[in-house]
Design a protein around this ligand. Structure first.
Ligand code: NAD
Ligand code: IPM
Ligand code: MN
Length: 360
């Protein structure tokens, strides 16, 4: 039968709590749809850092290279500085495997409500296409002390090739959706990199006359995402801007517990990595109250990426069914259920999923 080798890196905090539940759901989906997920567990985390002095072994990236997919919980925990933990694990994987697209779908699911008044699911249906390999996330710069005192410099690097490929990806994606691309920049304030991005956007857009394109200042776009989200379809932005917009978009569609993410290597030469948009949530870690839906939906994205579309649809349907019924919900959704209750309910709902009854 069909079989996929998956590297599981639960990581830190609630990453551990939600990955267990997502695996429960994905294994059930695999069993029902006739394929096998072979999991290999990696303990790479801040806990490992405390023990050994590194987040992952020196050949960590190499160890991951043969897998069909990487399933990541979250990285970062008090006690290890965030720039150390993230640059020791998450960011090296994204870069080594040319996962230059961070795909972050944003949907208001049935049974959950938006903090925005009177917004329906049809009006909140977008995807953030975040550049995931360069931009503001750079190691160039440093701290110095000059005549006027101490200062820090941080360079952003935008390559023509890097900007062009992410914008092209956004336009291709828009063709499969509502056909609109909005580019988020700050070209009125950031005078070198952002006008460069805008120029490339205009060039690429010219090749897609069938797609509606617009360029927005990120500050105004942030307001618009709250006040008029219904006109947004594909939103493309740089590494940092895409990061910020994805938490905002999550917040208007039920919160961070609902938002999945895929770090995609479009050429398929390396494994892609799937995770929630949220982090390790130290404030609720270990309490059994984290919402596992974001991680479960990230699992559905992974199944889709592996070519198991029917199973991916079934997982999405199971999540929607359980949320719509409203009987099992974690505290962030207004309920009293535990992480495990919700994971178990979604796994159980798979047995009754319409796609399975339909026989695919
Ligand atoms: P966070 O996303 O971990 O948490 C922000 C808030 O959202 C917290 O109040 C948290 O309790 C809540 N929240 C997040 N996920 C939730 C869920 N599934 N269910 C219910 N509530 C949820 O962001 P943060 O506090 O800024 O970061 C915490 C740590 O995680 C830091 O070390 C940060 O660097 C790291 N981080 C890692 C990733 C990643 O691994 N991709 C992403 C974001 C943050
Ligand atoms: C995310 C996170 C990371 C990012 C941090 C933790 C480095 O916020 O995956 O959204 O900015 O990429
Ligand atoms: Mn983020």
């Amino acid at each position: 039968g069909r079989s996929y080798q998956i590297a599981s890196i639960p990581g830190d905090g609630i990453g551990v709590d939600v990955v267990i539940e997502a695996r429960k759901v994905l294994d059930r989906a695999a069993a029902l749809h006739g394929f096998d997920l072979g999991w290999t567990e990696f303990d790479w985390s801040c806990e490992r850092y405390a023990r050994t002095g590194t987040m992952m072994p020196e050949d960590g990236v190499e160890q991951l290279s043969a897998f069909d997919g990487i399933f990541l919980g979250a990285v970062g925990f008090p006690g290890v500085p965030d720039h150390v933990s993230l640059w020791g694990l998450l960011i090296p994987i994204r870069r080594a495997f040319a996962q230059y697209v961070n795909l972050r779908p944003v949907r208001l699911l049935p049974g959950t409500s938006s903090v925005l008044k009177n917004r329906s699911a049809e009006e909140l249906e977008m995807v953030i296409v975040r550049e995931n390999s360069e931009g503001e996330y750079s190691t160039i710069g440093g701290r110095q002390t000059g005549p006027a005192g101490e200062f820090a410099v941080q360079e952003s690097v935008f390559t023509r090739a890097g900007v062009e490929r992410i914008i092209r990806y956004a336009f291709e994606l828009a063709r499969t959706r509502a056909g609109r691309v909005c580019s988020a920049t700050k070209s009125n304030g950031i005078i070198h990199t952002m006008p460069f991005w805008d120029e490339i956007f205009t060039e690429v857009a010219a090749g897609y006359p069938d797609v509606h394109s617009e360029q927005c200042h990120i500050d105004a776009l942030a307001a618009r995402m709250v006040q008029q989200p219904d006109r947004l379809d594909v939103v493309v932005g740089s590494n940092l801007f895409g990061d910020i917009l994805s938490d905002l978009a999550a917040a208007i569609t039920g919160g961070l517990g609902m938002a999945p993410s895929g770090n995609i290597n479009p050429a398929g030469e390396y494994p892609s990595m799937f995770e929630a948009v949220h982090g390790s949530a130290p404030d609720i870690a270990g309490q059994g109250i984290a919402n596992p839906v974001a991680q479960i939906l990230a699992g559905a994205m992974m199944l889709e990426h592996l070519g198991e579309s029917a199973a991916a649809r079934a997982v999405n349907a199971a999540v929607e069914g359980v949320l719509a019924a409203g009987e099992v919900a974690t505290p962030d959704l207004g309920g009293k259920s535990t992480t495990a209750d919700l994971g178990t309910a979604i796994a159980a709902a798979l047995d009754a999923s319409p796609s399975r009854i339909a026989g695919d």
